[in-house]
Design a protein around this ligand. Structure first.
Ligand SMILES: Cc1cc2nc3c(=O)[nH]c(=O)nc-3n(C[C@H](O)[C@H](O)[C@H](O)COP(=O)(O)OP(=O)(O)OC[C@H]3O[C@@H](n4cnc5c(N)ncnc54)[C@H](O)[C@@H]3O)c2cc1C
Length: 445
């Protein structure tokens, strides 16, 4: 490795930190450029406003984080994160029925997103060749046209050269427009879902024992458009996140004091969350985040993408967050980047091309699974996947069976948590269950 090998990372969010961790084993110097101020603790920040809303970490994400930052899970718990049994302590009302609750042997950690990110930040401080420059905004790339190569970045205060530039600036990434003005167009897939997230934290009363740590009340589309989750998090608080598709939430009404939020919780398919918060003590302001469109930028499909540029995380794909996959996708991507670096350490210049293909293969089944659900609403627009009706029919049967059949739910949980492929829901025993359920239902009707 030559001594000039330096990587610049745009954005110090989850993906930025993960990529820095992985690249630090192969590059001499890593500089993260972050537009936010240096964090003073596990608090929400302007540059990642989604951090005010519930962030679940799936099993794949949790295992991957532990691989990259050994013992981080213990650190989460020691500062108050909640360690739950994933199928006993989660109470989930989905498509009109409650999932079976049983001991599947899986653990999940409940915490706020700022708490999770703060812990990662503590690990970053221990990596000697990584520095984070806060309060700095990347305004453009430095580009060598003759070589079609990104050679650094432009900041307000000057420019910085690097052998590799990694864009992790998230959904608001400007790479597409910076490429556009250089004649390189980035294709993208977009689906309009018009989703609003509204969140608030509460201290619940202790009048009764709760047999759950997290309760999810999801809508049964297309009739129901509003859902929500209440989850215990560090600090003996509960975060309540309500979400509504296609303009179902009147944001003005919701923002009318604490009552506006509580009133909204009455609009969920059942009143469980309302019952919990109607007399609870609000601990935070009401936060709103809008996701009009989800987007998958297809950097994997461009033949003339400049060399020396790598994209990762939400910069590539902002998925519908309802299934809590974004951070876990970023973690899976970081692990696959690590594997590529191990395999090609003597030809680092080849990594971006390999990586963009690899990330597409990580995203593709998840994107497909999520938009299959989004298209249950007729107002959702975009490019529909092949075989949508059949996929929706099959998935609906899996959802309903997950309320009756432990084995089906166990398989579904593994797919949802990205530890098993979607194809595991097509094994003969599950197909048989689905067909038996569908036919017996039809013969009764
Ligand atoms: C409402 C909502 C709820 C979600 N819930 C979940 C969930 O339950 N589970 C889950 O896994 N995922 C969830 N996600 C997805 C998750 O938030 C993202 O996948 C994750 O944050 C992606 O991390 P990232 O680092 O790629 O992007 P970000 O977290 O967006 O970080 C980008 C960083 O880049 C910085 N930046 C941007 N532009 C520049 C610039 N020009 N110069 C310098 N710095 C810049 C920003 O300040 C920011 O720090 C949710 C998303 C939303 C919107």
């Amino acid at each position: 490795m030559s001594s000039k090998e330096k990587a610049i990372i745009i954005g110090g969010g989850i993906s930025g930190k993960l990529a820095a961790r992985v690249l630090s084993d192969y590059y001499n110097e890593i500089i993260i450029i972050e537009r936010d101020q240096k964090p003073e603790g596990p608090f929400p920040r302007k540059g990642a406003p989604q951090g005010e809303h519930l962030h679940a970490l799936l099993h794949a994400g949790e295992y991957g984080l532990e691989e990259l930052f050994p013992d981080i899970t213990e650190k989460f718990y020691s500062s108050g994160a909640i360690n739950i049994n994933s199928t006993i302590d989660l109470s989930w009302f989905h498509h009109g029925s409650w999932k079976v609750r049983f001991d599947g042997g899986y653990r999940t950690t409940l915490q706020t997103r700022p708490h999770l990110e703060w812990h990662i930040e503590q690990y970053m401080k221990k990596i000697p060749n990584v520095t984070i420059q806060y309060n700095q905004i990347v305004q453009d790339y430095l580009y060598n046209k003759a070589e079609n190569r990104i050679i650094g970045v432009e900041l307000k205060t000057g420019s910085l050269r690097a052998d590799l530039v990694v864009d992790e600036s998230g959904v608001s990434s400007l790479t597409s427009s910076w490429m556009n003005k250089r004649g390189i167009s980035i294709p993208s897939e977009k689906v309009d879902i018009d989703l609003s997230y509204i969140s608030k934290q509460f201290e619940l009363n202790n009048h009764h024992e709760r047999d759950w740590k997290i309760k999810m009340i999801y809508p049964n589309p297309p009739q129901e458009k509003i859902g929500g989750t209440i989850s215990k998090v560090e600090g003996n608080r509960y975060i309540v996140t309500l979400m509504g598709y296609h303009g179902a939430i009147n944001e003005k009404e919701v923002l009318k004091g604490d009552r506006g939020f509580i009133e909204l919780s009455k609009k969920l398919p059942i009143l469980d969350i309302y019952q919990e918060i109607k007399e609870a003590k609000p601990l935070s302001k009401t936060s709103i985040y809008r996701i009009p469109t989800i987007i998958w930028r297809r950097f994997d499909k461009i033949g003339n993408l400049p060399n020396g540029l790598l994209l990762i995380g939400d910069t590539i794909c902002r998925i519908d967050p309802v299934f809590g996959q974004g951070m876990s996708i970023a973690i899976l991507e970081a692990l696959s980047l690590q594997k590529l670096l191990q395999q090609h350490k003597n030809e680092l210049h080849k990594i971006p091309r390999f990586f963009h293909k690899k990330s597409a293969s990580i995203i593709s089944p998840i994107w497909n699974m999520v938009i299959t659900e989004d298209y249950r609403y007729p107002a959702t627009t975009g490019k529909k996947p092949y075989g949508l009706t059949l996929q929706q029919w099959y998935a609906k049967n899996i959802f309903i069976l997950s309320s009756q059949n432990q084995d089906v739910y166990d398989n579904f949980v593994k797919v949802m948590n990205l530890v098993s492929p979607v194809s595991s829901l097509m094994k003969p025993s599950i197909i048989k269950n689905v067909l038996t359920h569908a036919f017996s239902k039809n013969s009764k009707s």
